[in-house]
Design a protein around this ligand. Structure first.
Ligand SMILES: Nc1nc2c(ncn2[C@@H]2O[C@H](COP(=O)(O)OP(=O)(O)O)[C@@H](O)[C@H]2O)c(=O)[nH]1
Ligand SMILES: [Mg+2]
Length: 328
């Protein structure tokens, strides 16, 4: 585990100071880096009590911030804000806490979705809706997605909502979960893929919006025992794809440095590689804007490459070389 906290912006600056290029170009790039550093990401995380919002936040990000499994008082429960540098999470109760509480939650969510940032854009970049994969009745979740969230997302709806089905390990009451390899066996995979399709269909029918849900497990910890997450890298990859490109580097400094959380994923894609590549794209498209450094970009940002690689549990040695290839 890499204990040093990543600071991708400091590394970018250092790389530029040390690079062999005209002072004028350096100044342009440094200014771009400052701009990237000032970007903020706001994510709303919502879903029924017990679906795993807190567990998901703790698994993804580098801080034990969200209390897991705390009893909720629907009367006082509201949106909780977590700030990790420029990454801001809004943990919002979903529906299913009774009519009165639900009305209040819905109002709070709608108000938050309508909020604008200082530049007049919607404050919330992305809504992550978490469903509890172990329950049959997803009625209140469809209500939340179809009647509360999607109608209030404004334009570009597909890119601002991500639906993720958690607790995939216990979707069939724990059957067909391979504990040794921390992955679902074929009957559970089939069950989960059908669930994904039925969620997709229900949202399409209800709103006309076509989204691609995914399934994962945030894992769990209990005195001395733990189960690692599954498809957490996939979830992060989808989150990044749904985040405006110029904001993506904000994640790098705040990801969990526990390499075991990123390890277990379906093999449909090499998510870890794709995540690094999306960070590299932000560097190449935004950090160097207006500057002439051409093909040398991979060699200029060597240290940054190490940081990005280390940030999601890549083996730091060997990452520098790989960084060059992420740009191609
Ligand atoms: N088996 C299993 N349990 C989970 C998973 N994610 C969360 N849990 C458990 O579900 C319960 C509720 O989780 P929590 O994160 O507090 O949900 P929240 O109310 O949405 O914040 C806790 O006991 C968690 O340990 C998972 O992927 N698999
Ligand atoms: Mg919680």
């Amino acid at each position: 585990m890499n204990k040093r906290k990543a600071n991708v912006f400091e590394n970018l600056k250092e790389d530029v100071y040390q690079a062999n290029m005209p002072e004028k170009e350096k100044q342009k790039i440094l200014k771009n880096i400052m701009n990237l550093r000032d970007k903020k990401i706001n994510i709303m995380i919502t879903g029924a009590t017990g679906c795993g919002k807190s567990s998901t936040i703790n698994a993804l990000f580098d801080m034990e911030i969200a209390k897991v499994g705390v009893g909720v008082d629907p009367e006082t429960m509201n949106i909780t804000k977590y700030e990790l540098d420029n990454l801001i999470l809004w943990d919002s109760p979903g529906l299913g806490d009774g009519k009165e509480a639900d009305n209040r939650h819905a109002r709070n969510i709608i108000k938050k979705l309508q909020e604008k940032d200082f530049s007049g854009h919607a404050l919330i970049d992305l809504v992550l809706v978490i469903l509890d994969g172990s329950t049959r009745d997803l009625g209140t979740s469809y209500e939340l997605i179809n009647s509360v969230i999607i109608p209030n997302l404004g334009r570009d709806k597909e890119n601002r909502i991500l639906v993720a089905i958690n607790q995939c390990d216990v979707a069939m009451k724990g059957r067909y979960w391979n504990k040794e390899e921390n992955k679902p066996e074929p009957p559970l995979v089939k069950f989960l893929e059908e669930k994904v399709q039925s969620v997709r269909r229900r949202i399409k029918e209800g709103t006309g919006v076509d989204i691609e849900p995914i399934y994962y497990s945030a894992g769990w910890k209990e005195e001395g025992e733990k189960q690692n997450p599954y498809n957490l890298s996939k979830l992060l990859y989808f989150i990044i794809q749904h985040t405006p490109k110029e904001k993506r580097l904000v994640y790098v400094n705040n990801l969990s440095r526990d390499t075991s959380v990123w390890r277990y994923n379906d093999n449909k894609k090499d998510y870890v590689h794709l995540i690094k590549k999306s960070f590299a794209e932000t560097v190449s498209e935004y950090a160097t804007q207006g500057a002439q450094i051409g093909k040398s970009i991979g060699s200029v940002f060597g240290k940054t490459g190490e940081t990005i690689g280390g940030a999601i549990g890549g083996v730091v040695g060997g990452v520098v070389g790989a960084f060059k290839s992420w740009f191609s």
